[in-house]
Design a binder for this molecule. Structure first.
Ligand code: NAP
Length: 325
């Protein structure tokens, strides 16, 4: 089968499409014939070994010293169940599914194997494989941070820093769905899109610092990594929560060991990868509440160009790769 392989950490050209053996599903696993996948910010981080401050050594020890141990990247994608290993009961051949491969990676290939218990759900009615491939990464991260850590309630004032990225776009739509008043921090070029997705207001980060003390929010979700608590406290109301989607090792440990900072709370960590969250997102997609926008679409043969697009840091939504038959 064809697969995009990253043998050593490097730039976009470190990824090459090669012929590799097709995997076989073992007990409890399904084999998915991939139709579309995304190059997520997580894939680009992994390819380039561009880890948040303090994580470089532990990440290389865990994930591969000179290159990713799991050389086929791809944190999310969608396709059709081709076959099942013994004991699989949740899925059957021919089911159209989308999945969060997460740290397992592996979606950038014609075939991928996952345990049936992994974060997998049926493709929402009316969704193409390209759109379905773009649901899980941003959607499940936003759901985990807003619902599980942020406990966003109706009427809460939520600020999304980085509102035009995959996580930010999902956070704007989900916070709005939870009944919050939503402000998106984005460039002027993306303001109309962020408003159309449900934000009540936007702040152009080139013109105004959201932490200038003029306004306060109950929740600040930082999907950029430039709002540590010392900055975010100027934007948080008493009792407010900083949801640090991007945080270095020090900030992550600090959030775990000392979440309370006076009247504020700091929450960080890695989003959960759960099938029930994907099923919830699929229901929101079917009811028109959540729609993951697509930034651009590339053929698998052009996956290096897809990585280069992600590396610009400017993508607005998902960078999708279509997988050939
Ligand atoms: N903790 C977790 O479990 C978890 C899970 C998933 C992702 N993440 C992390 O979350 C981060 C966001 O991921 P993503 O996929 O959403 O990223 P992304 O899609 O690559 O974000 C790109 C967007 O960021 C905007 N942007 C750039 N600089 C900005 C600034 N200073 N202020 C506001 N917006 C700015 C860009 O808009 P303009 O071009 O208009 O500037 C662009 O639309 C990544 O670092 C990723 O590693 C963490």
């Amino acid at each position: 089968m064809l697969a995009a392989i990253c043998a050593a950490y490097g730039g976009p050209d470190a990824v090459r499409v090669c012929d590799v053996p097709k995997p076989t599903p073992r007990k409890g696993e399904i084999l998915i014939r991939m139709r579309a996948a995304c190059v997520t910010s997580g894939d680009a981080r992994m390819r380039a070994a561009r880890f948040p401050p303090g994580f470089a050594l532990p990440a290389r020890l865990a994930l591969g010293i000179r290159g990713p141990r799991r050389a086929i990247l791809g944190a999310e994608g969608a396709g059709i169940v081709e076959s099942r290993g013994p004991g699989v009961s949740r899925f059957k051949e021919g089911d159209a599914v989308f999945a969060l491969f997460g740290m397992r990676f592996g979606a950038h290939a014609q075939y991928a194997v996952l345990p049936e218990t992994a974060a997998i759900a049926p493709v929402p009615r009316g969704f193409s494989f390209e759109r379905a491939a773009a649901i899980a990464f941003g959607g499940s991260t936003a759901l985990y941070f807003l619902r599980d850590l942020g406990k966003v309630a109706p009427g809460a004032r939520v600020l999304v820093n980085g509102a035009s990225g995959s996580v930010g776009i999902a956070a704007v739509q989900l916070a709005r769905h939870f009944g919050a008043h939503v402000t998106g921090v984005c460039s002027a070029a993306n303001a109309a899109r962020v408003l159309a997705l449900g934000a009540h207001a936007t702040i152009d980060y080139a013109v105004r610092d959201f932490a200038d003390g003029r306004e306060r929010w109950d929740i600040v979700l930082d999907a950029i990594g430039n709002a540590p608590i010392d900055r975010a406290r100027m934007a948080l109301a008493p009792g407010g929560r900083l949801l640090a989607v991007v945080a270095g090792l020090g900030a992550t440990l600090g959030a775990a060991l000392r979440p309370r900072r006076g009247a504020l709370r700091v929450l960080a960590g890695t989003a959960a990868e759960r099938a029930e969250d994907l099923a919830a997102l699929a229901r929101l997609c079917e009811s028109g509440i959540f729609d993951p926008p697509i930034d651009s679409v590339f053929a698998l043969a052009d996956i290096a160009a897809a990585h280069a697009r992600v590396d610009t840091g400017r993508k607005a939504g998902a960078v999708v790769v279509t997988i050939p038959d």
